[in-house]
Design a protein around this ligand. Structure first.
Ligand code: PMV
Length: 324
């Protein structure tokens, strides 16, 4: 009863920021993303009668208590219930990028855990069911189950909310430059941030209403490989998500000075003919998308900028898969 899986993070072009149902972790609206190559989470799960309790090792360190362990245990409970087993599990997970720093480690983490834990427990799910299960761990993880370009669908009831692949990774060779502008974990986690925005931001409802049309626009832009159209909708969605969060009380501001500097640089470069657009999640890092022909110009946009600690360029990646 042992399995290992790999999954990659994803970056949303149309952002998910709000929950319809907290207990079942159903998003309030859809979203659209690209799964990333290069960054990966590798997770091994073993269920065994010899274990007294669940254990978790993250990047080589035992995690003895706290929210991360609780989230993993609750997720394992869902898998155990489906498998009809009671055995405890030993989970070992490793990221080749900073964990919980706003680089979407919960997306790849729960996608890999869903894939490995269901295999180890002998639960047979199709991709959509696996995606709906991964969603229970983290909303964005539902999208990382699939490779390439992915849409999150919420549906009428929301119970089965899951990802849906728009196109495979090789459909469109987009590049994503990730500029890390800070170290350490993010200050306000995404769940807390979403709930705070819903409770206190007067812009929350307007934000949620704007997501549906943006999802349609992003799906069309991807199908047509229309970079300009994708740039428009992605920057709009990112800024509206952050505007809703900033409008909370007290306001949530995930950006630092470098984040703002890079936004201006991307926009100025676009006016100068470089096809690039930015995206920012619940942290200060900036992701800049471009096509391969603009990669060198895009890299030079962030080089030498004060506060940029690390830069990497990745392409579209595959979905969550078993490796052992
Ligand atoms: O799935 P979570 O709880 O990590 O939330 C993801 C939230 C954002 O990254 C900010 C947006 C998104 O759609 O990925």
């Amino acid at each position: 009863m042992q399995a290992t899986a790999i999954a990659h993070p994803n970056i949303a072009f149309v952002k998910y920021w709000g929950k319809r149902n907290i207990d079942r972790n159903v998003p309030a609206a859809g979203s659209v993303s690209m799964t990333l190559d290069g960054l990966e989470t590798r997770t091994s799960v073993e269920f065994s009668e010899a274990l007294a309790a669940d254990s978790l090792q993250l990047d080589g360190e035992p995690v003895g208590s706290g929210e991360t362990l609780q989230r993993v245990e609750s997720f394992l409970d869902l898998v155990r219930r489906r498998a009809g087993i009671e055995r405890a599990a030993q989970v070992e997970t490793r990221n080749n990028f900073p964990t919980a720093g706003g680089l979407a480690s919960s997306a790849s983490g729960f996608a890999a855990l869903a894939r490995a834990a269901t295999e180890a427990a002998g639960v047979d799910l199709n991709e959509r069911e696996l995606s709906a299960l991964a969603r229970r761990g983290s909303g964005s993880a539902a999208r990382s189950v699939f490779g390439g370009f992915v849409r999150m669908e919420v549906g009428e009831e929301g119970e089965g909310a899951a990802g849906f692949q728009i196109a495979e990774a090789d459909y469109w060779d987009l590049r994503c430059l990730i500029a890390e502008t800070a170290e350490g974990p993010k200050r306000v986690g995404s769940t807390e941030g979403m709930l705070h925005t819903e409770r206190t931001s007067p812009y929350y409802d307007a934000w949620i209403d704007s997501v549906g049309p943006d999802v349609d626009d992003a799906v069309s832009a991807i199908r047509d490989r229309n970079f300009g159209a994708l740039a428009e909708v992605a920057e709009r969605s990112c800024l509206r998500m952050h505007a809703a969060a900033m409008g909370s009380d007290p306001g949530l501001l995930y950006w630092n000075g470098t984040t703002v500097e890079l936004i201006h640089r991307v926009r100025a470069a676009r006016e100068g003919g470089v096809d690039a657009f930015f995206s920012i999640d619940a942290g200060p890092h900036v992701k800049i998308f471009c096509e391969p022909s603009d990669e060198a110009d895009t890299v030079s946009l962030v080089e030498g900028v004060d506060g940029v600690n690390d830069v990497r360029v990745v392409g579209p990646g595959d979905g969550a898969r078993l490796v052992e």
